[in-house]
Design a protein around this ligand. Structure first.
Ligand SMILES: CC(C)(COP(=O)(O)OP(=O)(O)OC[C@H]1O[C@@H](n2cnc3c(N)ncnc32)[C@H](O)[C@@H]1OP(=O)(O)O)[C@@H](O)C(=O)NCCC(=O)NCCS
Length: 141
């Protein structure tokens, strides 16, 4: 029997700690574009900071560190579904959201945003994608 090796992009998580206590967490998981194989895509979800440590830049650090990590990894697009008033600070844009069609109907008509990385051009046509099993639940969208 021949062994078959399948390369699959990994889920990447970052944590913030104070005194060995977890106070912040973010996960970045791959998305799988259906019609374009040349762009590596990721989605940011979930992100959470413990209430007593919020508004101290922890969330911003987790996002900026993630953008830097994914850029170094050669990722072409990063998506997020959340409050545009928050994520817009980091460069996520709704027009990029229009170019990447989520696998489920969105509950809110706003907040689906993205940013292109590594000078990747915005696709000319909207691209559908699938995501990892943990996010493949309609209730999350
Ligand atoms: C959203 C969250 C991760 C932000 O973490 P944080 O460490 O407080 O973020 P930062 O310190 O980097 O930034 C805080 C700033 O973001 C603002 N902010 C936080 N949530 C926001 C939101 N939903 N919309 C707009 N602004 C928001 C704060 O008012 C604060 O503004 P200021 O800098 O003008 O004071 C945190 O509030 C949280 O864990 N919330 C509950 C879980 C959640 O909503 N996660 C996001 C799901 S998409």
């Amino acid at each position: 029997m021949a062994a078959k090796s399948v390369a699959s992009p990994s889920i990447k998580s970052l944590v913030a700690e104070v005194d060995n206590q977890l106070i912040g967490y973010v996960s970045y998981s791959p998305i799988f574009l259906k019609s374009v194989s040349s762009i590596a895509g990721y989605i940011l979800a979930p992100l959470a900071v413990s209430p007593e440590h919020q508004k101290q830049g922890v969330g911003s650090n987790l996002i900026n560190a993630g953008i830097e990590m994914l850029t170094k990894d050669g990722v072409g697009v990063l998506m997020v579904y959340g409050d545009p008033a928050y994520y817009g600070r980091f460069g996520f844009k709704e027009e990029i959201g229009c170019s990447f069609v989520p696998p489920y109907t969105l509950q809110f008509p706003f907040g689906w945003t993205g940013m292109m990385l590594n000078d990747t051009p915005v696709p000319e046509q909207p691209i559908q994608f699938e995501c990892v099993s943990a996010l493949s639940k309609p209730d999350l969208w």
